[in-house]
Design a protein around this ligand. Sequence first.
Ligand code: SF4
Ligand code: SF4
Length: 451
Amino acid sequence: MSLADAVASTRSTFRRGIHPPDEKALAAESPIEVLPTPKEIRVPLLQHLGSPCEPTVKPKQAVALGDEVGNVEAMVSAPVHASVAGTVGRATVATLPNGRHVGVLPIKAGEQEIEGRDLYQDLLGGEWPLEEIERCEPREIVEAVRRAGLIGMGGAAFPTHVKLTARDDKPIDTVLVNGCECEPYLAADYRTMIEAPAAIVAGALLAKRALGARRLVVGIEDNKPKAIQHMKTAASGTAVEVKSVRTKYPQGAEKQLVRAVLAATVPEGGLPLDVGALVVNVETAASIARAVLRGKPLTHRIVTVSGRGVARPRNLVVPIGISFSELLAASGGVLPGAARILAGGPMMGFCVGSTSAPVTKGTGAVTVLTHADLQRARETACVRCGRCVDVCPLSLVPTRIAIAARHKDWDLARRYHIKTCMECGCCAWVCPAQIPLVQLIRMGKAEMATA
Ligand code: SF4
Ligand code: SF4
């Protein structure tokens, strides 16, 4: 099949959105590499929505790779595991990339049983026997995923076992696997689709089986023909459909993907399950396969380190709990023009205050922007051009919400549906007055939560 054939003729998409410069070329052709095991990692005890975990190990206790080190009884939560073999230290507190202060459990690395290419093979390589999937009971799949500590790795941090638990009142008709990766610079999902498509297909089929869904579709933006081709080859002969969707930001947002692939509209304040759909990210799908077919917990993830402010942009398999500074050092370090380090991409990422922050299950990228990237004109008054309204994928009025947030008028902010905003950044991107619309909305939401 040629690359051109691989891209389906349908070019579905959602309404509005933007086309920021691509920038994926910096890391897209760098094959996934395994980072050498660091001397110490710090496992955050809260990496999901819900309550923090309590340590289940004691200081000075020896742990093997994959041992559970923290857990909590609450339903919307996920256990955490040792991502290196070694000795547990005393719990302390660290600041996560999103600014939250959480407990962390240090583990000093000892002798590693598995590293480098062997670790890669263990996580993503080898055979993924699809015939075993039919023998798995739905509740066994959900339980294996719960024990493995899986959360949505596209950034949502929602425990995957909760998503995979079938509900009589909201049956799932279609599982949508999200291969869009629409943020500029990011390439981890792209590389996973090229290098480990069989694991994604196996995980997607397991998700479909857990939910008793009828249909399974992988949605990929049409600027990734190689990924579409690899996924189609891996999916051939299975129930997995691979569908290309138009390249547009934020095509990878759940509601926008549902709109593009299923032509269905998720109601305001609702979730894809309200229209019979469930969305899982490609790396989450591969992790489901690993959890169920190999009994492996979530200990590592693939992170894109990119941007013009880093010497060697690349895609790395890293243990959860490693510091951002070690990822940057492994990528040749930051360059003199570097101005800002982000956890995630420039559209939805968080500015990292300190590079000692640990990587979490939700960290898909580290982006280093330069002063040249950030050159902006000074903020001026709103010129009422309406461009922010024209691009908002959720049909909000960003300028009104931002003004309400700036004046701490929470009633007005609510009236303009501040909570509906997904903080995609489209409005700020197009604003000719350089008004920091998303920052104002984000701060407004945070202040409303504590008001
Ligand atoms: S208001 Fe929110 S959802 Fe709409 S464009 Fe701005 S950031 Fe995106
Ligand atoms: S895009 Fe900026 S200047 Fe134009 S209406 Fe929105 S906030 Fe005002």
